[in-house]
Structures are given as C-alpha cells and as structure tokens.
Design a binder for this molecule. Structure first.
Ligand SMILES: Cc1ncc(COP(=O)(O)O)c(C=O)c1O
Length: 463
C-alpha cells in the first residue's frame, strides 16, 4: 500500500518538476531523478518528506550558525512582522531594528568599520561593494582606476559583477562573462600546487610566491588602473582553501603599496565560522570594505551588509551628494530584527569562542585522527568549524584523479544515502556544520563520512 507521505512526496515532486527552475541545477535531469523535499529542521538535523532524518554537515549553504529551529529568532521575526512588517530607508526614515543592527555590527567588525549599508544577498553585497569602490575612485578623481582584481576559484555570487569577480570558470560562458575590467590572479591552493606545476615549495614559500603574483599583475596592468582586489579570507566554494600564514600580510603590503582597495568577502567566514567574529580578525587583515551575508541572520532571513573602513567612509560620506544606490529591501525591518537577535544569541552562547577554544579544535582533531592515514585521503585541513578532505588516487603524491569530480560526487552520494549532508567540490569533501553542533553530533558526522569514504575507496579499488 502506498503511504500518505509517499503520495505527498510525489505530489510535490510533480509540482516542482512542472514549475520550479532550480539554482545551479540541470533541472531536466533532476526532474527525471525526482527532487528531495525538505519539510522541517531542528538543531543540526533536517527531515525530508519521506521522514528521513539527515544531519546537516554544511549548515545549509554555510549559513545556519545557530542551528535550525531557534525560537528566539523566530519570535524576533514574528514580533517585527506584527509591529513593522515593512518600511524603507529612502525618504529620510529609518527603523529601530536596522539602526540597532548597524550599531551592533560596528562593535563586532574589524576596527574602523563603523558605517554599514544593507542588501539582501551575498551577491548583491558584492555588487554594491564594486559600485562603492568605483564611486570612491571617481570621488578621489582617479576615474581611470577601474580594474577589479580577484582570484581563480573565487566564488563571490551570481550578479553580473559578482559572477565576473568569481574565478570559477564554469560560471562564465553561459552569460558571456566576465565583463571587461576584471582580472584574475592565482590562489594559494598549496595542495594543488604540485599538480599546477609549482613544484615542491613549502607552504610559506608558496604563499609568498602566490601573493606576489598579485604584485606582478598590478604592475602589468598599471597601478593607476587597478581599483581593487577582492578575496575571501578562506576560499569556500572554490574548495575550502586556507592561505599559508605568509599570504595575507604580503597581500596587505601589496595593496597598500599600489593604492589598491582591499575588499574582503566575509560571506562564509563571517560570524564565528573560524573562531573569531570575522575571518579578517583570524588572519589580521585590515580591509577597506567588507561584505557579509549568510551567518548574519543564520540564514533565517535574506539579509546582507557592506561595511566601509575609514578611508572609504571618509570620502563617500563626505561627498555632499546623494548616494544613488539602494534596494527596496535594504535594511528590511523583519530581516534586521532577526539578524539582531541572531547576533545576541551568538553572543550569549559565546559561539565564536566556542568555535575557537572547544568545539572547533575537537572537530579538527577528530577529522585528523580518523582520516590522516586513510588510503583515499591526501590531506585533511581546517580551521574552526570549516574543513576539507582531499580524495586522491595516491596519497603521498598530492596529485588528483584524472576525471576531476567523479570520486567526490560518488562519495557525496554515499553521504546522502547514509543521512549526512557534505559537499563535494571537485574531489574535495567539505564540512561546515552549525556552530552549535555538539560532540556526539560531530561523532555522527565523522562516522557517516568515514562510512562514505570507505565505500568510495572500496569502489575505486583503494580499500
Ligand atoms: C564567499 C561568498 N560570497 C558571495 C556569495 C553569494 O552569496 P548569495 O548566494 O547570498 O548571493 C557566496 C555564496 O555562497 C559566497 O560563498
């Protein structure tokens, strides 16, 4: 007998197939397979419409810092919906939720970042940041400074500008991107260095070499033409790539020397992920402009922000003219109320410190202990509650499988089957659990990932 829940699943799958176009998906192929319907979530767990319980090792899309089902956030949203469901900031108005949020952010952000603009997604924040960078140079009467530099494998979002900034090349051909005026430099991906032909440099030598590629490129393009360099403190969607210690100080030196604005994209690394409020604090970076989203509201509401460091704030806010920019939903009261409550909850639970001092080190230790000798794993790397495992054909070699992505996808599917959400980026297995994850939940994640990696190793003749 076909159960009621199964009928419901079929019903939603049919509606989805008929009417819903999915992001980053071959929708026709998905429709043949049948989509998974997620119906509820609590803590670090999700449930699908068939009643399967799944542990979310990815915090959704790297965003659910406080875990699912937080009642304080829900209450804050409900209250704002009742009291002030909408109003904007265009016509000499503001609202208490948004001003409190801006003021709170100013206390958490790196020093000097006291002026905040709001948007609705990471992509929009990055798009806005590039406009603000252009505006800054126009105000400084250096309108020829227009080239935006960023890195290979970077992910900064999907608007025309954010996708142009992104260095994941499959994001470009469908849309004739990147736009003119965008330039890329290599990224400090040490595990891939040998395969990319850099030989056997140690991590710090490699970090310096790659940082100096930025200097070479700025000199090639002409410092007078380069407006900005954009980067994530740790590259997320590009493969969870941690910079060697020498990398960021050298980048900082180069940006200062050639008067290039440093835009730091904290969309993943913001809000406690690396054990500080911001990745810029973890790596002692002093950005001119920061973009943030995701963990700002733990993903409970769509909201993002852009903070201006002192030199940009000083010029832009003293321009004595209208800033011709803003969205209907910039600083939406409900999203602001939820984000504000989220920061309060994170502070009360001491989540950044928990990631730095207890649960983060526990997570990293358990991953190292479990996988450092595994025949399919070439490297286990991580910081805080962010980690990556490289699946490789021959572990001592730092070389990749010839058909990049096949083994990773195979392993990712086993994870799904066993009730774990992990993500495969090429053949790199990635984890970023909620910052509230407990030690037993980490044990469950590690055990499920071990099962999936063992089965994958077996299928590819490595176990
Ligand atoms: C570093 C980074 N920047 C920007 C974005 C884009 O954010 P959104 O999907 O909210 O537009 C993402 C999304 O994953 C991201 O990881």
């Amino acid at each position: 007998m076909v159960s009621e829940t199964h009928n419901l699943t079929k019903h939603w799958q049919a509606l989805d197939a008929a009417h819903h176009v999915h992001p980053f998906t071959d929708t026709a192929a998905l429709n043949k397979e049948g989509v998974r319907v997620i119906t509820k979530a609590d803590g670090v767990y999700l449930w699908d419409s068939e009643g399967n319980k799944i542990i979310d090792g990815m915090s959704g899309l790297w965003c659910v810092q406080v875990g699912y089902g937080n009642k304080d956030l829900a209450e804050a949203g409900c209250e704002a919906l009742r009291v002030l469901p909408y109003y904007n900031h265009f016509f000499k108005t503001t609202n208490p939720y948004t001003v409190e949020l801006a003021a709170k952010l100013a206390t958490l952000l790196p020093e000097g970042h006291e002026r905040i603009l709001f948007a609705n997604s990471g992509s929009e924040a990055n798009d806005s940041a590039l406009k603000l960078i252009r505006y800054y140079w126009n105000l400084r009467r250096k309108p020829e400074k227009k080239i935006h530099m960023s890195r290979e494998l970077a992910y900064h979002g999907v608007t025309f500008a954010a996708a142009s900034l992104s260095g994941l090349t499959p994001m470009h051909p469908q849309w004739d991107l990147p736009l003119p005026g965008f330039a890329k430099v290599p990224t400090p991906y040490w595990f891939g260095a040998r395969a990319a032909g850099y030989g056997d440099l140690d991590q710090e030598e490699f970090g310096l070499l790659i940082a100096r590629k930025l200097e070479d490129r700025i000199l090639e393009l002409g410092p007078d033409r380069v407006a900005s360099f954009s980067a994530e403190p740790i590259q997320g969607a590009g493969g969870v790539i941690f910079p060697p210690a020498a990398y960021w100080p050298e980048i900082q030196r180069i940006c200062a020397k050639y008067d290039v604005l440093l835009h730091v994209d904290e969309v993943i690394t913001g809000f406690g992920r690396t054990g500080e409020w911001f990745g810029s604090q973890t790596y002692a970076i002093q950005p001119d402009i920061i973009t943030m989203a995701k963990g700002l509201s733990s993903g409970y509401q769509p909201i993002s922000a852009i903070s201006l460091g002192p030199r940009m704030a000083d010029i832009i806010l003293n321009a004595n003219e209208e800033l011709v920019h803003g969205y209907t939903y910039s600083g939406h009261p409900v999203a602001s109320a939820v984000a504000l409550k989220n920061l309060e909850v994170m502070e009360n639970l001491g989540l950044p410190a928990r990631v730095k001092d207890s649960i983060g080190p526990y997570f990293q230790r358990r991953l190292q202990e479990t996988f450092e000798e595994h025949p399919l794993v070439g490297e286990v790397r991580g910081k805080g509650l962010l980690a990556a495992l490289e699946l490789v054909p021959n572990r001592p070699e730092r070389a990749f499988f010839p058909e990049l992505g096949k083994v990773g996808t195979h392993c990712r599917n086993y994870c799904f089957q066993s009730g774990l959400i992990s993500r495969a980026i090429r053949d790199t297995m990635v984890l970023a659990p909620p910052l509230t994850v407990s030690e037993p939940e980490i044990e469950e994640i590690v055990a499920k990932l071990k099962g999936a990696i063992d089965r994958t190793a077996h299928d590819f003749g490595k176990l």
